[in-house]
Ligand binder design. Structure first.
Ligand code: SF4
Ligand code: SF4
Length: 206
């Protein structure tokens, strides 16, 4: 994803300041001031979650006059690419592509957003368009990338995220006991085969 055509708007007078839209927004586009919601157009990824959540029905989606170019698109400069590749390797992110099936964002793009300064899930979302659909597949690998970059991945108070679950890259050979009926050793072999057969940059576009 590189360009967005829609954004959210609201009827300011009808807003009661309930905060539901702010809680629902995956990209940190909504802030509350004096019990009124404000939308930052530059961070709105056009997902519509806020519209679905607003109990007063005072939000809607509208077509942008000028499409929004996301900060992280398909083209990355060589230095960012190299840093993103190093971060992907450090995080042990499964290098299936795309990282986010809803936005078609790749592991390279999520890692590049972090290299360019994204501090949390909301920032990566605003920079790449992840979390705009199911919010399931993109979160765990993005949290792994953020953690590998030294960012704080503690969920906000009262929230629980899809976690930093173990994946194959967390396992050492000695931990695979080869019990009958377990295919972990074979799975790990396949994981390493895929991991070594091409560079992350190549895999992210395959
Ligand atoms: S990103 Fe989604 S939830 Fe946030 S303001 Fe835009 S449409 Fe609403
Ligand atoms: S959900 Fe609707 S009523 Fe509640 S703060 Fe947002 S715009 Fe206002």
């Amino acid at each position: 994803m590189a360009q967005l055509n829609y954004k959210a708007e609201l009827d300011f007078d009808g807003c009661t300041g309930c905060n539901w839209c702010d809680i629902a927004c995956p990209s940190g586009a909504i802030t509350m001031t004096e019990r009124k919601a404000y939308i930052n157009d530059d961070r709105c990824i056009g997902c519509g979650y806020c519209v679905d959540r607003c109990p007063e029905d005072v939000m809607w989606m509208t077509k942008r006059v000028v499409p929004l170019e996301l900060p992280i698109g398909a083209e990355l400069d060589a230095e960012t690419q190299a840093q993103a590749v190093a971060l992907i390797e450090k995080a042990g992110v499964p290098l299936v592509s795309p990282l986010c099936p809803c936005s078609l964002s790749t592991p390279m793009q999520a890692a590049a957003a972090i290299v360019k300064g994204a501090q949390n899930l909301e920032d990566v979302s605003a920079m790449t368009g992840i979390r705009g659909g199911c919010k399931i597949y993109c979160v765990a690998p993005t949290l792994r990338l953020l953690k590998a970059a030294g960012r704080d991945v503690t969920p906000p108070k009262g929230f629980r995220w899809y976690d930093l679950t173990l994946n194959m890259s967390d396992l050492e050979g000695g931990e695979i006991d080869g019990e009958e009926g377990s295919w972990l050793a074979e799975d790990l072999d396949y994981f390493n085969l895929r991991k070594n057969e091409s560079t992350p940059a190549e895999r992210s576009t395959s």
